[in-house]
Ligand binder design. Sequence first.
Ligand SMILES: *Cc1c(COP(=O)(O)O)cnc(C)c1O
Length: 451
Amino acid sequence: MPIRTRSDALFAAALEHIPGGVNSPVRAFRGVGGDPFFVESAQGARITDVDGNTFIDYVGTWGPAILGHAHPKIVAAVQAAAVRGTSFGIPNPAEVAMAWRVKEFVPSVQKVRFCNSGTEATMSAIRLARGFTRRDKIIKFDGCYHGHADSLLVKAGSGALTLGCPDSAGVPADLARHTLVLPYNDADAVTAAFAAHGPGIAALIVEGVPANAGLYLPKPGYYELLTHLCRDAGTVFIFDEVMTGFRLAKGGAQELYGLTPDLSCFGKIIGGGLPVGAFGGRADIMDHLAPLGPVYQAGTLSGNPLAMAAGLAALDELAAGPVAAEATRRTGNDASGNPPPHLGGYYDYLDALGRQLGAGMVDAAKAAGVTVTWQRLGSMFCGYFTEGPVWNLSDAMRSDRTKFAKFFHGMLAEGIYLAPSQFEAGFISTAHTPDDIDATVRAAAKVLRTI
Ligand SMILES: *Cc1c(COP(=O)(O)O)cnc(C)c1O
């Protein structure tokens, strides 16, 4: 086991001053047992703790680090912006450049507003949809996490799942009753909900790909059905791409699935590692926002020049793509059976690494005699310790979490950092190499034999 004297001392101190010792619950390792390590620095695909242990990192700060940690172009952009001033509270040019970039990547976005987190983006999009339709009810799906706003903390995933408290205390029942929660991938359930409540439903919100209860994918035709039901009922279709945006393709999951949502929400990658969220879509809806319209939404630090500089550098780099992605030539069987998307640039490289990891993990599990259902899309993945297929939250809940916890700690001891919860997706970055993936598969082959 790695030495962790300093991490343990810091965590003991943190517990005295910060609830649970953390500023976001999943970081506390409650889903796997044990205590978190404290990070000294991170570079590329690696993260180094305060005791000097270095890990190959598949958390990538929960998604944002698609270009790896401390990417030189992002660091330079932040440094250059910082000396010009860290916040103005009045428009700065980077906001316009960012808006232009987002619209270029995501054609369904006609107008966009920037905020400071994914939570703010989804919360604001819901308010906007309610103000636009003058309706109260919203539909969300079991296991989909959309941040921690009150209306959306009903049967949510992510930390809310790991901690076994899908509903939060402090959310008024009067508010929660406006949120209809449906099982994901169930065409009959959503058709029936629209039949019963259609004219009262302001918005339907769904993740680009549900990635806060592990990772599972929409059945063919399911998102088309959601689109049609929303259109017929005059319901605003909100696509939460906080995780999938700029991750699965430049245009996110909506590009992969050929969708045109009314509103989309962004976060994580869009800030290049700084706090940025955004929501955007149809101009006629977006123009209901203050100061043009009656829906209030604001932020002292929204469009912050430092955060915009980091986000813009990240999106610019994703737009430019790699000079040479030699590893795209590596092939293997795709464990999930997805057709390889031809996305170009970094996305082909990420997909190739995802494929390599999936094939290796499936072989390693088979050799060790452990049942693992490996789910993957592009550079996102999750291994469930149960028979497949996994199509929704109740399938995901069948996973053997004791086995996952053993796997997690075994991998950590081998220098591989996976998300400390069964119900989180893993992420590959452009800084990972085929050799990193090979090392990860070798470690897994060893660890799986001990489970
Ligand atoms: C992370 C996440 C959010 C919340 O974003 P924060 O920046 O953590 O507030 C919302 N929706 C999805 C799909 C997410 O993965």
